[in-house]
Write a protein that binds this ligand. Structure first.
Ligand SMILES: Nc1ncnc2c1ncn2[C@@H]1O[C@H](COP(=O)(O)OP(=O)(O)OP(=O)(O)O)[C@@H](O)[C@H]1O
Ligand SMILES: O=P(O)(O)OC[C@H]1O[C@H](OP(=O)(O)OP(=O)(O)O)[C@H](O)[C@@H]1O
Ligand SMILES: [Mg+2]
Length: 308
């Protein structure tokens, strides 16, 4: 049996224990991906959707599964130390207590956009004096003000915002767009520039380097490094190849690695072996270029985990 407890424990106050307290979305578009990323980072995650708290004793960390919208409230008020939420949700929460974005997590990507019936509007300024429905009132109100677009009435709806125009409660909408399928199905189209580009983010209440509790500070830094490691492992592959010394400079120019490539001698003194991390997306392009430069025995392996 593992030492790790899978039992929900009673919820202590923020200063009662020495455990880092982390908010994780309990449902919706970010939930599964957030838990996968934390699992990949070596943390224990709940297996039952009904569990509200998960204690990972070995890592000195507790995960609280909360509504994605509420994550910013808990972290912003200092009750929980860090959390995962959407950048759009975070900005909409307008937490004034010093919560800050620490890093993008590379999933839950979306844009927040204005949309209206086909052919009705072309720029945001067309909405002056109109009613715009959204679930992100604070974000949108602030954005219209920042753009100097006057007299927009922001109408709050909890969801299914795409129906607002057809049902007559608003003239246009502002909502999360990922594939655009929902808008299309409702006979709507986006217009103007995106209000914002969003993805899942890690937020912290006081700023990880200002926490007076050294254990919490250390564990926050560990969490950040682990998540950065997952991001890199997902985005990069390891590339090995052999190349003539005379072509080494040209080859390493296109495979510079994160810091610097590893160069090892081969039995043939005219040749060297090179090992370098490269962006996964560019794998085949780079192999083509390296081959054309004279590289041979080009091997690509996935990175299971890393610290950078
Ligand atoms: N296809 C998508 N649909 C909705 N949200 C998405 C999508 N892709 C990414 N996201 C992000 O997920 C977050 C919203 O999550 P979620 O849909 O769970 O919240 P919600 O709509 O407020 O909650 P609910 O729909 O349960 O009331 C936002 O940060 C949003 O940008
Ligand atoms: O561009 P798409 O890929 O179609 O995705 C965007 C849609 O998904 C979300 O809705 P959700 O399922 O969260 O329902 P809700 O509107 O009730 O929140 C969002 O509010 C859009 O409606
Ligand atoms: Mg939703």
């Amino acid at each position: 049996m593992s030492e790790l407890s899978a039992e929900p424990t009673s919820v202590p106050g923020p200063r009662d224990g020495q455990r880092l307290r982390v908010a994780v979305p309990n449902k919706g578009a970010l939930s599964e991906a957030a838990m996968s990323m934390l699992s990949e980072a070596g943390y224990l995650q709940r297996r039952d959707r009904k569990e509200l708290v998960m204690v990972d004793e070995e890592n000195g960390i507790e995960f609280f599964y909360l509504r994605p919208r509420d994550v910013a409230v808990y972290v912003g008020s200092g009750i929980l130390h860090v959390g995962i939420t959407g950048r759009d949700l975070f900005q909409d929460a307008r937490v004034d207590t010093g919560a800050q974005e620490i890093m993008g997590l590379g999933f839950g990507r979306s844009t927040f956009r204005l949309a209206g019936p086909k052919g009705h509007y072309s720029v945001a300024a067309d909405l002056a004096g109109k009613r715009v429905a959204t679930s992100y009132d604070a974000l949108l109100t602030h954005w219209f003000a920042s753009q100097g677009i006057p007299d927009v009435e922001v109408v709050h709806l909890d969801g299914a915002v795409e129906s607002a125009v057809r049902l007559g409660v608003a003239d246009a909408i502002a909502d999360v767009v990922e594939t655009g399928n929902t808008l299309k199905a409702a006979g709507m189209e986006t217009f103007g520039e995106p209000v914002m580009v969003s993805e899942a983010i890690l937020i912290s209440g006081r700023g990880s380097d200002q926490d007076d509790d050294t254990v919490i500070q250390r564990d926050t830094e560990r969490l950040i490094r682990r998540l950065q490691g997952v991001l890199v492992a997902r985005q990069y592959v390891m590339m090995d190849y052999d190349i003539r010394r005379s072509d080494l400079e040209a080859a390493t120019a296109i495979t510079p690695g994160l810091e610097s490539p590893t160069i090892s001698p081969l039995a043939d003194p005219d040749w060297v072996a090179v090992r370098s991390m490269v962006p996964a997306k560019r794998t085949n392009q780079l192999m083509d270029h390296l081959y054309e430069l004279g590289a041979r025995a080009i091997l690509v392996t996935t990175i299971h985990a890393c610290r950078v």
